[in-house]
Ligand binder design. Sequence first.
Ligand code: ADP
Ligand code: MG
Ligand code: ZN
Length: 439
Amino acid sequence: MSAVHRALKKHFGFDKFRSQQQEDAVKAVLKGDRDVFVLMPTGAGKSLCYQLPALLASGITLVISPLIALIQDQVEHLKALNVPAHSINSKLPSAERRQILADLESESPRLKLLYITPEMVASPSFQPCLSSLCARGLLAYLAVDEAHCVSQWGHDFRPDYLKLGDLRSRLQGVPCVALTATAPKRVQEDIERSLKLRSPLVFAIPVFRKNLKYDVIFRDLLPDPYVHLLAFAKEALGGNTAEKGCGIVYCRTRESCEEVAHKLTKLGIPAKPYHAGLKVGDRNESQTDWMADKVPVIVATISFGMGVDKANVRFVVHWNLAKSLASYYQESGRAGRDGLPSSCRIYYSPKDRDQLNFLIRKEIARKQEKRGSEKEKDKSPILDFEAMVAFCEQEGCRHATISQFFGNQKPNCAGACDFCRDPRLVRAQLARAAALSTR
Ligand code: ADP
Ligand code: MG
Ligand code: ZN
């Protein structure tokens, strides 16, 4: 067993790494000669990529994280593992704070991981400590968690993260580890630039999932969209197999949730609606019945699904368009968590596209009015939406579009999307839709 594996077992109690990428990232960080960029979905175990190296290195790892609550969780977790970790923040009692600072001033500090918010990094009170650590060569790594917060294009921009560029300039020679969940390419580029990552080694879990089949159906071309949906749902659920499967249909409005659920049920597949307009009891019942495989299909607004991790979702339908390609990837990605073949379909309609486009622009205008100014990042939702529209309207591999949006290589789709299966059908559908719109 290698020293890294032994440390993994000793400090964290794990027998093996979660993924090859996690192992490779840990080893690259340990080597310490390059900046490292970790892009992995939530829950993939990104923290370990700097925590394990921090324990094996001499010196202290400074960890930047956006929220005191997140920091406290992490620090508690590490303390429970007997790892010397602490945070300095505004909520810390001053006695404790003095103790930590004294340790940091000592010749060989006990502390291995010091968690702080970006505000604290920039605060005058912390500067002497930081300079002293740096001058004594005691900083092993700088880890920036939730690194997407540095991007104006991200959904969670925090101006204080921009100060981290200056911090990096001050910490010459300290390698940086930036970590974030799978993010659009634009956001990745922002992170590299703002955090001054010098040709970083990138460790990413690919977004391509070969068990997911993607296709797009133009709803307005169908004689009866509900009958079409029924046939799709039946096929995806596999009818007569013993294996129980289920599906999700996403709609934008409460009314369409009700309508679609009602139609599907009437046509022979039990379906329940889930939206904010339902009484809490009814809504919970929809969810528990679906979770318990008592009703196979849930017809929901996008509020449904956060934190729902069900393995046997055989299909995810978007009856209405998602607001961005990133959201679509996340929502459709609830299918096939068990690795079995599953289908993701959008019932696309230009009218629906125009409505959503209108809503997105209205929301931006509302924000600008409230704040009284325009900002560069206001364009972000529009670009994200345009990527979603292009996904539906273009002639090309759907998997490739998603992968490239997230900065991955073009994957080997091998017929897992409608375009790769039969480009002629996709072209014919586009032609019919174009003819319909000019009539
Ligand atoms: P992320 O930051 O990527 O969302 P975390 O670092 O919070 O993920 O880790 C998610 C969970 O995975 C944690 O409970 C963590 O202890 C666990 N974990 C991390 N690495 C491993 C591993 N090698 N084996 C088993 N569990 C792991
Ligand atoms: Mg994390
Ligand atoms: Zn394809």
